[in-house]
Design a protein around this ligand. Structure first.
Ligand code: B12
Ligand code: SF4
Length: 441
């Protein structure tokens, strides 16, 4: 049995496939391959930089679908199916809107695959493939094996991706994770994660968990086990970690170098509309940022712009504030309602969405505003978002932000990482603005 995994690209820039030079290994497939018996031959093609060999024989094609890759995923699926190859689609977008995805595949997987993927492959072998597979919820995460070997010979940024937990106890109204996991959060046994990592030659690890500190006591167990490994890691976390001194200390000693944190907005009205409860109890962000700075973690701050209290002046102020905070990186994403999230339903019922399915619409370009903002036109918000990214990542501001001697410039490694990744991300951000989704073939 041979299974072909495909990571789709997003689309075209200037008529050519977008080439993401900041691409990371697609962990999803290492996890899926790890669920199968070792006699199943698993191969991976990464459409972000490789040509897909449509003519190579295979028994099954498995494609991961996220909202920005949906259009391209459906194109790839159609090309295989025309050749009589069976295709299964899975991933966040499929789980959020299964009715759409099922029109483009022989079979779809809704939710997490852990307990059901081996059955699917067995059904295929016995000629009994079902149109829909529903993953168990919450997923059982014990005994997982991550088959990173499927990345050998591939070209990715030099960091090992892994995952300790799934889900999040919060439910921000814009977030696909919040909608899918419905405030649940489950962890892999810390010993298993630590043992897997101990065998990895890479010393730089990215925990892709949506919120690695959501169960602080279990997270502490993991961090204790990581201390002797002397690796450096980055992860994603809600700001709550800064309220627990023991947790912060263990994060530091286990090698935490930096964290992606969703600040989202500096406006209490916006945070309320977002349902970003985990930030709402803070009177201001500065004290908590200073605490994080004192311990030396670099911050990748995520902002969502375009909520009802935003206007062009407030967006400009937020960008200046982010520069003043000397964040290592920041993302200024325009609110883009994902299907089956509360914000999508709210905007749809208010008639504010410009397109029914913006992710499939010919008129949509990456970075476009897809709804009617309260205090701007959609075009003004699109322009403000692009301006925010250019401004924050302007070479002068990259230099200014570097000069934080507690974080970005605290040692040679931090400074080198800062200057390796800031120009790279800047180039990619500017390059992908205006991309059309899919190859339109
Ligand atoms: C790490 C990550 C990234 C990394 C990229 C990693 C990489 N390798 O390229 C970075 C930070 C660069 C990134 C970028 C972006 N990301 Co991102 N990212 C994630 C994150 C946090 C983890 C993904 C992961 O590796 N999960 C671990 C694996 C094991 O889980 P999984 O993918 O869900 O797979 C399981 C099941 O879904 C299922 N499954 C998945 N695919 C398939 C396929 C088949 C055939 C089968 C059978 C099963 C199956 O099986 C797996 C095991 O159970 C997710 C959130 C999340 N919780 O997953 C967001 C997420 C996928 N990202 C998202 C977005 C929007 C983006 C961006 C567009 C953000 C932006 N505005 O720029 C960009 C661009 C993405 C792109 N495609 O190019 C959204 C997608 C929303 C949606 N509705 O589709 C998510 C869900 C975040 C969110 N909460 O909204 N991202
Ligand atoms: S805290 Fe983060 S992962 Fe959790 S629901 Fe909110 S945005 Fe999503």
């Amino acid at each position: 049995m041979k299974i072909t995994f495909i990571k789709p690209n997003m689309g075209l820039v200037g008529g050519r496939p977008y080439l993401d030079r900041g691409r990371m290994e697609p962990l999803t497939f290492a996890v899926l391959a790890g669920l199968l018996p070792s006699d199943v031959d698993c191969v991976l093609f990464d459409d972000r930089y490789e040509k897909i060999p449509y003519h190579e024989p295979t028994d099954l094609v498995c494609i991961n679908v996220e909202i920005y890759t949906a259009r391209r995923a459906y194109e790839i699926s159609a090309s295989f199916r025309q050749r009589g190859v069976k295709v299964i689609l899975g991933g966040f977008h499929v789980s959020m809107i299964p009715d759409e995805a099922s029109q483009h595949a022989d079979s779809i997987m809704i939710g997490d695959a852990e307990e059901i993927f081996p059955k699917l492959v067995n059904d295929l072998a016995t000629g009994n493939l079902q149109p829909i597979y529903q993953g168990h919820f919450p997923p059982r995460l014990q005994g997982l094996k991550t088959r990173w070997d499927i990345f050998s010979g591939k070209s990715y940024l030099p960091l090992r991706l892994t995952q300790f937990s799934r889900g999040c106890p919060n439910h921000c109204r814009f977030c696909a994770t919040g909608s899918l996991y419905q405030r649940t959060h489950c962890c892999r046994p810390p010993q298993e994660v630590a043992a897997e990592l101990a065998e990895q030659p890479q010393n730089f690890v990215f925990f892709v968990d949506d919120n690695i500190v959501a169960q602080p006591d279990v997270a502490k167990e993991l961090f204790r086990l990581l201390i002797p490994q002397k690796k450096r890691w980055i992860g994603q976390a809600s700001l709550s970690f800064a309220e627990d001194a023991e947790l912060m200390d263990l994060m530091k000693r286990s090698g935490c170098a930096g964290l992606v944190v969703g600040f989202e907005s500096t406006s209490p009205e916006n945070l309320k509309q977002m349902g970003k409860n985990c930030n709402m109890h803070l009177d201001s962000y500065e004290p908590v940022i200073n605490k994080i700075r004192d311990i030396g973690f670099q911050l990748w701050a995520a902002f969502l712009i375009g909520y009802d209290a935003d206007n062009i002046a407030s967006i400009k102020q937020t960008v200046q504030w982010a520069i003043d905070q000397k964040f290592c990186f920041a993302a200024f994403n325009i609110l883009s309602p994902y299907p089956n999230t509360p914000i999508y339903e709210e905007m749809q019922s208010q008639g504010r969405l410009l397109y029914d399915k913006w992710w499939l619409d010919d008129r949509y370009h990456f970075g476009d505003c897809v709804f009617r903002p309260a205090q701007m036109t959609p075009d003004e918000l699109t322009e403000a978002g692009f301006w925010a990214r250019r401004r924050f990542n302007h070479p002068v501001n990259i230099l200014k932000r570097a000069l934080d001697f507690k974080t970005n410039a605290k040692d040679l490694w931090s400074l080198a990482t800062y200057f390796a990744y800031n120009p790279l991300f800047r180039r990619e951000l500017l390059k992908k603005h205006g991309m059309v989704l899919g190859y339109r073939s």
